[in-house]
Design a protein around this ligand. Structure first.
Ligand code: IMP
Ligand code: MG
Length: 187
């Protein structure tokens, strides 16, 4: 294990198993939807990149991928009530399409709720969201597909980062507290 990590919260085998079962749920629901309109998947960059890559290879249906970016985080804490900045949303293409938002983690819920509103306002036929992780911090944010419910801890790996690092860790892991206060080793 990487020196900066203190524990593995969800190991790679459990992730792989859950991603496959999530894809089975998604495929069943989305197959019906694609009969009435195109499906556009919006992975929220960069955190969802590993999840999206694994998930989509278990989804043998027709869809386009339009990555979007959401900026809000500077380190492990959020600035309260500051809206997320969304980039790369092509509202024109969402009109009349079914939309699936894919994100790594649902924390405050702002990214998902803003993106959902934008897609609805653009005239999407339907909007659903799928996250790998959901923290207990936003119980009221709607999210149709959830991989794992986790405690309110800062986690990295499987695409999730701390200051751009650790996305390549294959498991979902907890950072040593010193890393959050003193910075990553070797930085
Ligand atoms: P929300 O808008 O507060 O729900 O934030 C979701 C975004 O915050 C995610 O897409 C992540 O980029 C980031 N985030 C929230 N919690 C964590 C974490 O524990 N580790 C890494 N990134 C996180
Ligand atoms: Mg993110």
């Amino acid at each position: 294990m990487h020196d900066d990590l203190s524990a593995i919260l969800i190991d790679r085998d459990s992730i792989a198993e859950r991603v496959e079962s999530l894809a089975t749920e998604l495929e069943r629901d989305l197959r019906v939807k694609v009969e009435s309109g195109d499906l556009i998947v919006l992975p929220v960059m960069t955190g969802s990149v590993v999840f999206m890559a694994d998930l989509m290879r278990h989804l043998p249906i027709r869809f386009r991928i339009e990555p979007v970016r959401a900026r809000s985080y500077v380190g492990p804490t959020t600035v309260a009530n500051q809206p997320v900045q969304l980039e790369g949303v092509d509202e024109e293409s969402l009109r009349g399409s079914h939309v699936l938002i894919v994100d790594d983690v649902l924390d405050s819920g702002r990214t998902l709720s803003q993106l959902r509103s934008v897609a609805e306002a653009a005239g999407a036929l339907s909007v659903a969201a799928c996250v790998l992780l959901r923290k207990e911090t936003a119980p009221d944010t709607p999210c149709e597909y959830v991989g794992f419910d986790i405690p309110d801890e800062f986690v990295v790996g499987y695409g999730l980062d701390y200051n751009g690092l650790y996305r390549n860790v294959p498991d979902i892991a907890v950072l040593r507290p010193e890393v959050l206060t003193e910075g990553p080793a070797g930085a």
